[in-house]
Write a protein that binds this ligand. Structure first.
Ligand SMILES: [Zn+2]
Length: 153
C-alpha cells in the first residue's frame, strides 16, 4: 500500500499548474447521487502539492469508474457486459434492440460502454432478457424492424 510520506512523492502532470508537480496519494469517501440513488464511494487519487488539484491515478485514469461501480452496487443495476450479453442473446443489433425497447441506439451503446442505468431502464433491459418477454416484444414491435434486423429464429 502507498503511504502519504515524503519518500514516495511522485511527480505527476497537473492540468491546473500545466506542469509536472510533486503529488501525494489521497483517499476519502464521497457521497453521491445518480438517477435518484444515494450512495458513498471510495476515492483513491493524488493531490498536487503546489495547487491542491486532485489528480487521477495514472494506472486508472477513469475517474468515474469507481463512482459508477458504487452506483451499480447500490442500485443493483446491470453492468455493461451484462447489458451486452442480454442484447447478444436476443440476436439483435444495438439498433434493432433499441427499436424494440423504444430507446435510442445511442442509449444502448452508452449502457454497453458503462454509463449508469436508471432503475426504470434497467427493469426494461432485464425483462428483454427473458425469452418469453422478448418474444412478446417482437410480436408487438417486430414490424418496426427492417427484414435484415430480425433475429434468426
Ligand atoms: Zn497543481
Amino acid at each position: 500500500m502507498l503511504k502519504a510520506d515524503a519518500t514516495n512523492l511522485s511527480p505527476m502532470f497537473c492540468p491546473r499548474c500545466s506542469a509536472l508537480r510533486d503529488a501525494k496519494p489521497i483517499s476519502y469517501d464521497e457521497d453521491c447521487e445518480i438517477h435518484g440513488v444515494e450512495f458513498t464511494f471510495h476515492v483513491d487519487a493524488f493531490e498536487c502539492l503546489t495547487c491542491g488539484e486532485e489528480l487521477a491515478d495514472p494506472a486508472d485514469p477513469d475517474l468515474f469508474r469507481p463512482m459508477y461501480d458504487a452506483y451499480r452496487a447500490a442500485s443493483g443495476t446491470l453492468r455493461p457486459d451484462e447489458v451486452k450479453a442480454i442484447r447478444q442473446r436476443s440476436g439483435l443489433s444495438q439498433v434493432a434492440f433499441a427499436t424494440i425497447l423504444g430507446m435510442s441506439p445511442a442509449t444502448i451503446n452508452r449502457y454497453e460502454m458503462g454509463v449508469p442505468i436508471a432503475i426504470k431502464e434497467d427493469n426494461l433491459l432485464r425483462m428483454a432478457g427473458i425469452p418469453s418477454a422478448l418474444r412478446m416484444l417482437l410480436r408487438q414491435r417486430g414490424h418496426l424492424l427492417k427484414p435484415g434486423q430480425r433475429p434468426k429464429a
